[in-house]
Ligand binder design. Structure first.
Ligand SMILES: NC(=O)c1ccc[n+]([C@@H]2O[C@H](COP(=O)([O-])OP(=O)(O)OC[C@H]3O[C@@H](n4cnc5c(N)ncnc54)[C@H](O)[C@@H]3O)[C@@H](O)[C@H]2O)c1
Ligand SMILES: [Zn+2]
Length: 404
């Protein structure tokens, strides 16, 4: 039998009537007396600083007075630890210089990349480590790594003891310009990206550019996808700047790198702070532009596609859709897709042609993730955003079959 029950809660102290709503007219619930109803309301205020600097462990300035004294435990992305062999010692010396205000409890590594988000074993391992070291809600976890490690450690920080303090130290372009400066954390589950997760406001974010030279070119470039994404929907001038600086960006020139990272991070943070929905209770998700197919492609390729690469493909697909339904000019679309390719990002994938149905399922997952109602962000025009409740499947399939 299929039915739904609606409750109307009337008066505060008087008995409350609970009525049954019966589309089929079958169910009748007796009227019962309910007890007193109290309501509670409070406001949460959140603030955190994001530093962009070099030589984080040569300096103490980024740790503000209100954060000390502090018990600190550090989790490092294994690949970062390998690429920066002196890192453990630098952290130990830095902590020793500031003892006893800083008490370094332990430093450890976890697997880097999507393996960090592969499921519960990593989370339980970190949980056991937290328990063994008696870390508590007043202790700080410092997470150093790419977006995947930050997502996993942030999830642990959000859930262990119902929340430890969290300092993020992103080490990739993407985690400095996007994932590391926001409030989302999570791990993958049931073949779906970020199935498990929690919102967690970090206490501090420290982006140290000295980590970036050890990134391979492919991973470095993948971080550009989120810069293009946010420019397309939020800032036309910045998007034009990106398109005009593809050579400097591809060559990882320091000035262009810093401007690209800082402006992208600013746009993400501005959306979180001023967008009115930091914990994404509504369905509109402009920052997920291009992501419905990207998340699906990552899973379907067993993460051989990097997140940023998948985003570039998703952005190119949705951008061409926007051009075809005349939300943006075709020439603008071609220019941006050309710039994505020129910096070294992919703009299509064979799965779009060979298994379109599997990719299209990403839209259902996206709908579920949003909470049932589909909302696809598209530029209208470039630099601003509109939300559609549906995409024309045959048009998407046609675009997927073309080589952009
Ligand atoms: N929480 C959010 O809001 C949010 C937003 C966007 C993306 N993400 C997530 O972020 C993840 C992608 O993050 P990413 O692009 O940073 O990739 P990543 O974390 O997968 O890192 C890529 C590779 O680079 C290695 N690495 C990291 N820093 C390095 C360094 N300095 N030198 C050498 N190697 C280094 C990593 O170990 C890994 O092998 C995805 O899981 C994605 O879903 C989360
Ligand atoms: Zn993304």
């Amino acid at each position: 039998m299929c039915f739904s029950v609606r409750l109307w809660l009337h008066a505060r102290r008087a008995p409350v009537e609970i009525e049954a709503f019966q589309p089929s007219g079958i169910l009748t619930l007796p009227t019962i007396a309910a007890t007193n109803i109290q309501s509670s309301r409070f406001t949460l205020e959140a603030a955190y600083a994001v530093h962009f600097l070099r030589g984080a462990f040569d300096d103490y300035a980024w740790l503000p007075d209100e954060m000390v004294p502090a018990r600190i435990a550090v989790v490092i992305d294994e690949n970062v630890a390998v690429a920066h062999p002196g890192l453990f010692d630098r952290i130990r010396r830095w902590a020793a210089r500031h003892a006893p205000a800083l008490q370094l409890i332990d430093i450890r590594t976890i697997a880097g990349g999507e393996a960090a988000k592969a499921g519960w074993p990593v989370i339980e391992d970190l949980g056991g480590w937290i328990r063994d070291h008696k870390l508590c809600r007043h202790s700080y976890l410092i997470a150093i790594g790419g977006g995947a490690v930050l997502d996993a450690v942030g999830f642990v920080a959000a859930t262990a003891h119902r929340g430890l303090r969290l300092v993020r130290m992103p080490t990739t372009v993407l985690s400095m310009n996007d994932s590391g400066v926001g409030v989302k954390n999570g791990i993958n589950g049931f073949g779906t990206k970020n199935f498990w997760g929690a919102f967690k406001v970090p206490d501090l974010v420290v982006c140290d550019y000295d980590f970036l030279p050890t990134l391979d070119q492919r991973t470095w470039v993948s971080g550009l996808a989120e810069a293009f994404k946010v420019g397309i929907i939020k800032d036309r001038d910045f998007l034009d700047w990106l398109c005009d600086h593809v050579c400097e960006l591809r060559n990882r020139e320091a000035e262009a790198e810093a401007h690209m990272i800082e402006r992208t991070a600013q746009l993400h943070m501005a959306h979180i702070c001023a967008g009115g929905d930091p914990f994404e209770q509504g369905t509109s998700r402009p920052l997920d532009f291009g992501h419905w197919s990207a998340h699906r492609l990552e899973c379907l390729t067993d993460f051989s596609l990097l997140h940023g690469e998948a985003v570039a493909i998703g952005v190119a697909l949705d951008l061409r859709y926007a051009a075809r339904v005349r939300l943006i000019e075709k020439a603008d679309c071609d220019r941006v897709v050309g710039a994505l390719r020129a910096v070294g990002l992919p703009t299509t994938h064979t799965l779009l042609q060979t298994d379109f149905q599997a990719v299209w399922q990403g839209l259902d997952e996206f709908r579920e993730h949003l909470g049932g109602e589909l909302s696809i962000a598209l530029p209208n025009p470039l630099g601003s955003v509109t939300n559609l409740n549906a995409l024309d499947r045959s048009l998407v399939e046609q675009l997927a079959a073309e080589q952009p």
